[in-house]
Design a protein around this ligand. Structure first.
Ligand code: CDP
Length: 684
């Protein structure tokens, strides 16, 4: 710790922070920003007047870095040093250094707009440009005006354009912490490989056979490819002649890995053993793995993109930016001179790659963000004029406003409603928080809480959400309930209900191919959501939230009805001629039920006429994931509302032309007015 580059700058940092309310700190990944800055300011006494908050865009980093800091300070995690991520708060009265997910800090500011409990707020990893960190940047600007005398804000980044952030904060000082990077030799492929998995495998084995000791870090795009490569590498390493090269350990590293497996990358390898770490872009800047001398860079990253004009998500494998390529290469030169093998030609690096990664705010659905901003009640608050470092498109802001209007979170003039205010307090996406509120009215809150918790934890429920495991859920789990013909939400409810009846039996989960950790997480999330709902409703909730009993058809009906209100913007009508559905939004799309759905049946006649869906995802084709049958009489009021919608009023008359307004008014889909979304390559 003492030899981390940032420690040499301790005095300078303290001096600059003392004199300025906002400081930007740029330092090479691994220089000690995440683990040391909080400790430096703690030593200087900043925790006497409040807590030091360090925000992280990724859950994994918040947990692992706080664990490390607790270790360095010799305290128990959760006491002086703690972390708070969505649905998990490991802090106590004693906590004075708190690592938290950026979204958690946003939510805290709803109940305490001045964030008075904090003396220092460090926005870490700002270069990741996560949606929530971007919003926090705008919020900090306001907060500094209110609390200039007793709040310090630090913005740290590995690569960020420091000048731009400094300008955003009235030219605040920028401190550069030079890292001690060793030279990294770059090798390019002559051409792009047909399979970057095979090419990574070959390069890794070549390194193992020919190169001196040093760990190898391989960047892949996602869990599926990581698992495949780990398996292939294991086989190949085992097939090498015994004694021909040193031993090898192969470790995966990605966001959905259980914490106990993640920490393995931080312990040093046994002597005379080379580690192969097969990682997603999480190892680019979020987590620093020591001992890496060789980097293999596929040149790709998996990115979730939202298209506001279709309401559709796609999980695209896209080229990394040049900044990312440099970061990846830099991982090789932390302890010794290193080598980076780029599996693409140098022309691609120099001419094809974007300079920097597109910030998340420009590729996400903004309904939750806009609702949050509206609920802050900032004076003169025009959402379209919020102070963003890089503004989102007006199209995605309008898409968010329309969605919020349809689910009653804002009124036709764009003002937040009391429903909207309550929704903003729930740590859920707007569709689910609206569903919970409606379910409370219909007396099925207990069931809706289960569904919301199951959906929130879905990624950890199954051994992975890859194509193969999606199929597994359908075929291997034939003992699991089938949603009684009403779809996935009801199935999720029934699965939880069965587990509940076994008294949360671990073996039952294993027998049914469900991750025990995931199911326990659901139970925990459900409890927390129930407590938040109790708090919001000040005890006036449906008393049955904790009662254990078997669901009736009436409960299912009420739940489906509540879902139709929460998902009013995610509605689709059966189109028998097209053998699929047509979304009933502003720009209708032809879509299909996702193959993983329980509603997907070979007997076409069985499909319901109207459904709501949790999300639209464009892979080989546009699909609706997690689908629930709803009834025509529930759909009618939504269609009426759609007809009345006037976007220029919603966004406060923000620069919309007359024609656009007219166009949007008649936004009710016509039968022939259907777009088919462009399919994308799904290499998940
Ligand atoms: O934030 P920055 O990238 O500048 O560095 P850091 O995350 O503070 O990492 C500083 C050192 O702590 C590195 O050598 C990491 O390998 C180590 N570290 C660790 O061993 N375990 C963690 N969970 C986090 C960091």
């Amino acid at each position: 710790m003492a030899n981390l580059p940032i420690i040499q700058f301790e005095e300078k940092i303290v001096e600059t922070v003392e004199k300025n309310p906002v400081v930007v700190i740029i330092g090479e990944t691994g220089s000690g920003k995440s683990t040391q800055l909080s400790q430096i300011l703690h030593r200087k006494g900043y925790t006497r007047s409040g807590i030091i908050a360090v925000t992280q865009p990724r859950r994994v980093a918040a947990v692992s870095i706080s664990r490390r800091v607790a270790q360095e300070l010799g305290v128990r995690l959760g006491e002086e040093v703690g972390y708070a991520i969505r649905f998990e708060d490991r802090t106590s009265e004693k906590t004075c250094i708190k690592y938290l997910i950026d979204g958690v800090l946003l939510r805290e500011s709803l109940s305490n707009p001045e964030l008075n409990q904090y003396s220092v707020i460090i926005l870490d990893e700002a270069h990741e440009r996560s949606l929530n960190t971007d919003i926090l940047l705008g919020l900090m600007k306001r907060l500094i005006k209110m609390r200039a005398s007793n709040l310090k804000v630090l913005i740290t980044s590995a690569t960020l354009d420091g000048e731009k952030v400094s300008r955003f904060f009235s030219n605040c000082p920028i401190l550069n912490v030079p890292g001690k990077l060793f030279p990294v030799e770059i090798f390019y492929n002559m051409e792009r490989p047909k399979s970057y998995l095979e090419s990574s495998l070959k390069t890794a084995i070549d390194i193992h056979v020919r190169e001196p000791e040093g760990d190898v870090l391989i960047f892949m795009t996602g869990q599926d490819d990581i698992e495949k490569l780990v398996k292939k590498l294991e086989e190949r390493v085992q097939s090498l002649e015994e004694g021909s090269c040193m031993d090898a350990v192969i470790l995966p590293l990605h966001g959905s890995l259980p914490p106990e497996l993640q920490v393995r990358v931080f312990s040093p390898p046994p002597p005379n053993c080379r580690r192969f770490i097969v990682a997603t872009n999480i190892a680019e800047t979020s987590l620093t793995v020591d001992g890496v001398v060789y980097v293999i860079d596929s040149g790709y990253v998996k990115q979730r993109q939202y298209n506001p004009s279709t309401g559709m998500y796609s999980l695209d494998v896209v080229q990394i930016s040049r900044v990312q390529a440099d970061q990846r290469a830099g991982r090789a030169g932390r302890t010794l001179p290193g080598k980076c093998y780029r599996l693409y030609p140098s022309m691609v690096y120099h001419e094809e790659l974007l300079d920097a990664t597109v910030p998340e705010i420009q590729r996400s659905s903004l309904a939750g963000t806009v609702l949050y901003l509206k609920s802050l009640d900032l004076p003169d608050m025009d959402i379209l004029k919020f102070d963003f470092l890089d503004p989102p498109s007006s199209e995605s802001l309008e898409d968010a406003l329309k969605q919020l209007y349809l689910i009653d979170a804002i009124d036709e003039n764009g003002s937040i409603s009391s429903i909207g205010r309550t929704m903003a307090e729930l740590p859920l996406e707007p569709s689910l928080s609206r569903t919970l509120m409606e379910a409370n009215e219909y007396g099925c809150l207990s069931q809706a809480l289960t569904v919301a918790a199951m959906l929130s934890a879905e990624t950890t429920l199954l051994p992975g959400r890859s194509k193969s495991t999606e199929k597994k859920r359908k075929h291997d789990s034939s003992d699991l309930p089938n949603g009684s013909g009403w779809g996935d939400h009801i199935q999720l409810l029934q699965i939880y209900e069965l587990w509940d009846q076994t008294d949360y039996d671990v073996d039952w989960c294993k027998d049914n191919n469900l991750q025990v950790r995931g199911m326990k997480f659901v139970r925990d999330v459900r409890k927390q959501l129930s407590q938040i709902m109790q708090k919001i409703a000040k005890g006036s909730l449906d008393v049955r939230t904790n009662e254990r009993r078997k669901e009736s058809q009436e409960d299912y009906r009420n739940l489906r009805k509540s879902l139709s209100v929460g998902y009013a913007n995610q509605l689709a009508e059966r189109m028998i001629r097209h053998n699929g559905y047509r979304t009933l939004g502003f720009k209708p799309q032809l879509v299909q039920v996702h193959p993983s759905s329980v509603l997907r049946t070979d007997e076409e006649g069985m499909l319901p006429n109207y459904v709501v869906y949790h999300e639209l995802i464009s892979t080989s084709r546009p699909f609706m994931r997690n689908v629930c049958a709803v009834e025509m009489p529930w759909v009618m009021p939504i269609l009426k509302k759609l007809e009345k919608l006037n976007i220029s009023k919603l966004s406060g008359g923000s620069g919309q032309s007359e024609e656009q307004t007219e166009g949007d008014k008649s936004s009710l889909p016509k039968k022939d007015d259907v777009n088919v979304a462009r399919p994308v390559d799904d290499r998940d």
